[in-house]
Design a binder for this molecule. Sequence first.
Ligand SMILES: *[C@@H]1O[C@H](CO)[C@@H](O)[C@H](O)[C@H]1NC(C)=O
Ligand SMILES: *[C@@H]1O[C@H](CO)[C@@H](O)[C@H](O)[C@H]1NC(C)=O
Ligand SMILES: *[C@@H]1O[C@H](CO)[C@@H](O)[C@H](O)[C@H]1NC(C)=O
Ligand SMILES: *[C@@H]1O[C@H](CO)[C@@H](O)[C@H](O)[C@H]1NC(C)=O
Ligand SMILES: *[C@@H]1O[C@H](CO)[C@@H](O)[C@H](O)[C@H]1NC(C)=O
Ligand SMILES: *[C@@H]1O[C@H](CO)[C@@H](O)[C@H](O)[C@H]1NC(C)=O
Ligand SMILES: *[C@@H]1O[C@H](CO)[C@@H](O)[C@H](O)[C@H]1NC(C)=O
Ligand SMILES: *[C@@H]1O[C@H](CO)[C@@H](O)[C@H](O)[C@H]1NC(C)=O
Ligand SMILES: *[C@@H]1O[C@H](CO)[C@@H](O)[C@H](O)[C@H]1NC(C)=O
Ligand SMILES: *[C@@H]1O[C@H](CO)[C@@H](O)[C@H](O)[C@H]1NC(C)=O
Length: 370
Amino acid sequence: MAFHGRMLIIMPFSLVLFATITSAVGQAKPNCPDRCGNLTIPYPFGLNEDCYMGSDYFINCAPNGTAFLKNSNIRVTNISVDLGEIQIQQYLTYDCYTRKGQRRHNIPELRVTPPYTISGAKNKFMAVGCDTYAEFEGYRRNQNLPFIAGCMSQCLGLDSIDENSCSGIGCCQTSIPDGLKNRTVDLKSYNNHTYVMDFNPCSYAFIVQEGQFNFSGNASFQQLAKISQLPMVLNWDIGDESCDVVAEKKNSSCMAHTKCVNRTIGNQAPSGYICQCLPGYDGNPYHPDGCLDVDECKDSKPCDIGTCLNKPGDYTCKCPKGYKNTEDLKKCIKKKTNTSIKVAMVLTEAKKGALMLATSTSHLYFGISK
Ligand SMILES: *[C@@H]1O[C@H](CO)[C@@H](O)[C@H](O)[C@H]1NC(C)=O
Ligand SMILES: *[C@@H]1O[C@H](CO)[C@@H](O)[C@H](O)[C@H]1NC(C)=O
Ligand SMILES: *[C@@H]1O[C@H](CO)[C@@H](O)[C@H](O)[C@H]1NC(C)=O
Ligand SMILES: *[C@@H]1O[C@H](CO)[C@@H](O)[C@H](O)[C@H]1NC(C)=O
Ligand SMILES: *[C@@H]1O[C@H](CO)[C@@H](O)[C@H](O)[C@H]1NC(C)=O
Ligand SMILES: *[C@@H]1O[C@H](CO)[C@@H](O)[C@H](O)[C@H]1NC(C)=O
Ligand SMILES: *[C@@H]1O[C@H](CO)[C@@H](O)[C@H](O)[C@H]1NC(C)=O
Ligand SMILES: *[C@@H]1O[C@H](CO)[C@@H](O)[C@H](O)[C@H]1NC(C)=O
Ligand SMILES: *[C@@H]1O[C@H](CO)[C@@H](O)[C@H](O)[C@H]1NC(C)=O
Ligand SMILES: *[C@@H]1O[C@H](CO)[C@@H](O)[C@H](O)[C@H]1NC(C)=O
């Protein structure tokens, strides 16, 4: 927190005040609600006009505590300010058959508008089934040609399925490009699941957040029959200009102790920017107070033997007697015992003790330290 001693004496209440601000870190604009159900709502997001940065960041909070993105039916379940991401829940595509050959099938669509795009780094396209051909088509922000990809999975019995591995038997997957603004996922079968009906009447496909769906054979067939949505990650950014342009216009939304990071999709020019706290600072980089100093001395004990001293954005270690700082002041190392200093020390001590007769310094040293 880097308080000066004088400040502490003159304004003892400033500590209390600071503690309250720190505990509220994070989050909504002052005097704005910071929760919808379980979800924390950090600025630039907000639940009403006075609380969000622009209508793009409107979170529509239903009375039962479900959060929706703007006026859509897209459910929001996590918001990250430092990465410029949100987690949403999206419908699976299914393609089911009965023994009589009746088909039940959906093609859910997802369309998001700037500043939102589907994250390529955090999601995967996956399909599950034993008579399954899955395809998705998506358009990138600022591009008019579609991106089309897909995968297929076949198997003739549960025995042949490699459980816990999505590698083409019962499950297939592929990565997706960054920056998609819409996508459709469709499913087809080769034989209407006729030959696998006993254990797999349905195919499923979805774009899903990495780590949020693990294939495990029959258990996954059962699980997917029961759920309708899975999580997906969207990227978001501020404005549609790069860091340099907003800096020049003095219109950056990055507050104190932050840095501006260009947001780019593929090799296009920046589509906007996000703000991040500088190293040693924490909190919400869009909050009017900016990011706040992290008290490294409180949270961890970075100085093994020294005394930790917090500084804005940093810390140093004050070393005990016999130790000295490393160059970065972040560690204490034992002082090298320099023989000539030692001899001098020993001689001084020796005088006090009136032990003048010793002939070798090593004997003398031994005698005194005993
Ligand atoms: C909560 O309310 C929203 C909007 O009214 C509705 O769509 C949703 O199904 C409700 N969710 C639950 C769990 O009741
Ligand atoms: C809140 O979280 C709990 C536990 O994770 C979950 O069961 C519940 O559905 C959540 N409520 C809402 C409104 O999202
Ligand atoms: C929300 O996302 C953060 C990382 O951005 C993660 O640490 C946290 O566990 C997530 N919370 C939920 C409920 O998924
Ligand atoms: C996706 O965007 C493209 C290009 O703007 C448009 O032609 C297409 O109809 C959109 N698809 C959906 C499902 O919204
Ligand atoms: C699959 O079912 C559809 C009707 O749902 C039918 O038109 C088609 O001929 C069937 N294909 C095969 C290979 O059975
Ligand atoms: C999937 O597996 C990974 C790695 O083993 C694990 O971290 C993750 O929690 C699992 N996800 C689910 C939804 O079970
Ligand atoms: C698949 O899982 C279900 C539910 O756990 C179980 O009833 C069924 O017997 C399993 N099928 C096979 C072939 O093991
Ligand atoms: C400044 O930034 C805000 C938020 O991104 C934007 O709405 C506004 O148009 C910008 N103003 C100028 C002059 O560029
Ligand atoms: C942001 O992008 C602009 C335009 O491509 C580039 O000139 C600038 O160096 C980038 N700034 C940062 C901080 O990366
Ligand atoms: C030991 O100390 C003397 C006097 O302070 C100094 O001149 C000398 O460079 C030191 N030697 C080492 C190895 O540090």
